[in-house]
Write a protein that binds this ligand. Structure first.
Ligand code: CTP
Ligand code: CA
Length: 235
């Protein structure tokens, strides 16, 4: 594979991309969150627009300076997982492609205090957590629009249970998404502006493609696999 993407190969398509990281409130001034910058999701939105798609970018706590300013990209800003889920699902009913690049909080505090939590003599109360819905798994199971290509992202490290690819394969089979982009993290790869590596798996965990380079290169490699899927569905 490789080479320049076919110009306009996503023309006439609606692509929904989630980016950033969700934040779950503890009280009016505090939250549980994660360090996702949103750069990879923004790069996918920009690449899809370059390839002719209309894009809805659901941005969870992405720095304003990183948000694209292009006529083909509509940005919807959200904070919590519940808000991200609502925004993605609303846009997904008409979408040809949904890419879940956001880092979604797996858990949220069971309650959010209406007033700022005070530091009392009794010491801190434990924070009770409840599970968030798995937005990607829901999208894959429900197929809000027939023929829609559903894409997930997985940042993995190797551990005693298996290497990055083994974890990625298991996740691909578990999630039911059409494509899963597996990213190796925790080494020099995947942080800040250093090159990223990505392996694109299908729902059975088979390797379709891999690429290494900037977030833009990774975005185009993933969209090549998406465009292949769309072509397969329409021919
Ligand atoms: N995801 C989601 N909703 C969640 C959690 C994750 O839609 N509640 C999506 C992410 O946007 C990503 C994919 O699922 O596209 C994989 O996320 P990841 O955190 O790697 O998977 P989990 O199933 O949460 O597994 P774990 O964190 O235990 O590795
Ligand atoms: Ca997770």
């Amino acid at each position: 594979d490789g080479g320049a993407p076919a110009a306009g190969d996503l023309a006439g398509r609606l692509v929904v991309v989630s980016a950033g990281g969700t934040r779950e409130p503890l009280d009016p001034v505090r939250f549980l969150g994660n360090r996702s910058s949103g750069r990879q999701g923004v790069a996918i939105a920009a690449a899809a627009a370059r390839r002719g798609a209309r894009v809805v970018l659901v941005a969870a706590n992405v720095d304003k300076a990183l948000l694209p300013d292009a006529p083909a990209i509509e940005v919807r800003e959200v904070e919590t997982t519940a808000q991200l889920r609502d925004a993605v699902r609303a846009a997904a009913t008409r979408a040809d492609v949904v890419v879940m690049a956001a880092a979604v909080a797996d858990f949220r505090p069971a309650t959010s205090a209406a007033h700022k939590i005070k530091k009392t003599a009794a010491g801190p109360a434990p924070i009770e957590l409840v599970k968030n819905p798995d937005i990607l798994a829901e999208l894959a199971a429900e197929r809000l629009r027939p023929g829609q290509v559903v894409v997930g992202f997985a940042a993995e490290t190797g551990d005693s249970e298996g290497d990055v690819l083994e974890h990625g394969r298991a996740k691909a089979r578990r999630k039911g998404a059409d494509l899963l982009a597996v990213n190796e993290v925790g080494s020099a790869v995947g942080f800040g502006d250093v090159p990223n590596s990505v392996t694109v798996l299908d729902a059975a965990g088979e390797v379709l493609a891999s690429a290494e380079g900037s977030k833009a290169v990774v975005a185009d490699a993933l969209l090549d696999a998406v465009a292949d899927r769309l072509r397969m569905a329409t021919t």
